[in-house]
Design a protein around this ligand. Structure first.
Ligand code: SF4
Ligand code: SF4
Length: 487
């Protein structure tokens, strides 16, 4: 089967129009029980900025009562965070996330961005995020930009302010010198288990370059809980950003590629350590429901998909044997708490660490303002939510803010840095890893960096070249001997 990776046709036409079906539109009974969970409604206090208001707009457009390019509709498709807090509390089971994605696709098709912005969107979402080699090269240049001092110079000269990029650049995560690139690596269990599992890890895009340490913690803790971990080659970005932006066509291409790559490793479980991505992996069945080849495969695939906190909770996890006296508060990622209803499991993982004190913050499941690219596109609301989140987190007196999603961790880190606060943001799995290291279970580093991958590839090439030379020499010698024999 050929899988399309990049389509130069229609280079400037990003959106595919996808209208929401009646089954989606007609479930809202307008009870309003979701209003108090909505970050934008609670902060702005107006009906159009509420889930009920937005559903009415999406419905109005679908029924032709509201023009698809009406400014109110377009504004609300952008203002919504897609945090799914409304969906989690809705008694009628409204699938708000699917409604929003369909509404956004329509909005994008109705009012396409200017040529320059579309070109940039294409370059980012249809080149960088669909070709991990390019993405890694880009990440390398970002690493150079940060380490060479150029970032400092550019900031001091105020160049970013002139270009209107100061806010976005601030959110650039610190890119690691070490990447974790999926290339077929296998890690054996370091402890025996009654229920050994073969786990395939989706290493993703941003996580593989800026959160390799979280991948390392994931591999370590799974090995320590009796799992074999594999990093299947050929995997891609999960496609969440594409789907959330209404680009279903590309999201489906990535979903098919990931199903192919991860299924090939024959895992019992497919695990992801970024909640936005684990949520999106579970959406593959919905995304590919009309695909005659992949619909059934996607359902089976989704049955195996787990967030890392969910899997560790399922496994036990093995308790740490030495105390780790940390005061920790937990910020719940929206796509874990609301999108997957995984709320007890991260706390269960932390409970496996003796001496750790978990102090709950107010509004722990309220969005932090990250929401994919929301903090870049809607900086005002994003900053407001970031401020509230950090106020609540720091009021607990915790020195560690635990989370389970890449976007949230970047958003919280950026806010702490701006406040000059020494508190640390850590993934739940990093905290368990620290506890296991603390009890002396292991000390090794599993991260494979780019240099190592390059060295491996060069060594492989040398072996192949050497093998070919030996075969050619043997063939030549044989021919000469045969010729001599004939004489
Ligand atoms: S989305 Fe659900 S909770 Fe909100 S108004 Fe509609 S039915 Fe009620
Ligand atoms: S997804 Fe979040 S921001 Fe959007 S309507 Fe629902 S609760 Fe409000």
């Amino acid at each position: 089967m050929t899988i399309k990776t990049f389509d130069f046709q229609g280079f400037l036409d990003l959106a595919g129009v996808e209208k929401p079906g009646d089954d989606l539109l007609n479930t809202c009974v307008r009870c309003g029980l979701c209003l108090e969970s909505c970050p934008t409604y609670t902060r702005l206090g107006r009906e159009p900025s509420s889930p009920r208001g937005r559903i009415a707009l999406i419905r109005g457009v679908a029924e032709g009562r509201i023009a698809v390019d009406a400014p109110g509709f377009l504004h609300q498709m952008d203002e919504c965070l897609g945090c799914l807090a409304c969906q989690a509390v809705c008694p009628s089971g409204v699938q708000y996330g699917h409604l929003l994605e369909a509404g956004r696709a329509q909005a994008k098709a109705a009012k396409p961005a200017g040529p320059l912005r579309r070109l940039i969107e294409r370059a980012v979402f249809r080149l960088l995020f669909v070709n991990l080699t390019l993405f890694w090269l880009f990440a390398r240049s970002m690493w150079l930009y940060q380490k060479s001092g150029l970032q400092f110079v550019v900031r001091q000269l105020g160049l970013l302010k002139l270009l209107g990029l100061a806010g976005s650049e601030k959110l650039l995560p610190v890119v690691n010198n070490q990447f974790l690139l999926a290339g077929g690596q296998q890690y054996t269990p370091t402890s025996a288990s009654a229920r050994p599992k073969r786990v395939a890890l989706l290493t993703g895009c941003v996580q593989s370059v800026a959160f390799a340490h979280v991948h390392e913690a994931t591999i370590n803790t799974l090995q320590a809980n009796g799992c074999q971990v594999v990093l299947p080659p050929g995997q891609q970005c999960c496609g969440a950003l594409h789907a959330h932006g209404g680009d279903f066509e590309q999201a489906r291409v990535l979903a098919r590629q990931n199903i192919e790559a991860l299924e090939a490793a024959n895992p019992d479980v497919v695990v992801v350590n970024a909640a936005g991505c684990s949520h999106h992996l579970k959406e593959y069945a919905h995304l590919l429901k009309d695909d005659p080849v992949y619909a059934e495969r996607a359902e089976k695939f989704v049955a195996k998909a787990r967030d890392i906190t969910e899997l560790l909770a399922e496994l036990g996890p093995a308790p740490a044997t030495a105390p780790l006296p940390w005061r920790v508060t937990y910020q719940e990622p929206c796509h874990l708490a609301h999108g997957q209803k995984v709320t007890g499991q991260p706390r269960q993982v932390l409970a496996a660490i003796p001496g750790l004190e978990l102090v709950e913050m107010a509004e722990s499941a309220m969005c932090c303002g990250s929401a994919g690219t929301y903090n870049i596109m809607q900086p005002e609301m994003a900053t407001r939510l970031q401020t509230d989140k950090l106020d609540n987190a720091l009021a607990t007196g915790a020195t560690v803010i635990a989370s389970a999603n890449t976007g949230c961790m970047i958003q919280l880190e950026a806010g702490l840095k701006e406040r000059g606060q020494p508190a640390k943001v850590m993934h739940i799995v990093e905290i368990l890893d620290a506890a296991y290291r603390n009890d002396g279970r292991y000390r090794t580093s599993q991260i494979i960096d780019v240099a190592a991958i390059r060295a491996q590839t060069a060594a492989r090439r040398k072996r192949v070249a050497l093998g070919a030379a030996v075969v050619a020499l043997a063939g030549l010698t044989l021919r000469l001997l045969l010729r001599k024999g004939r004489k």
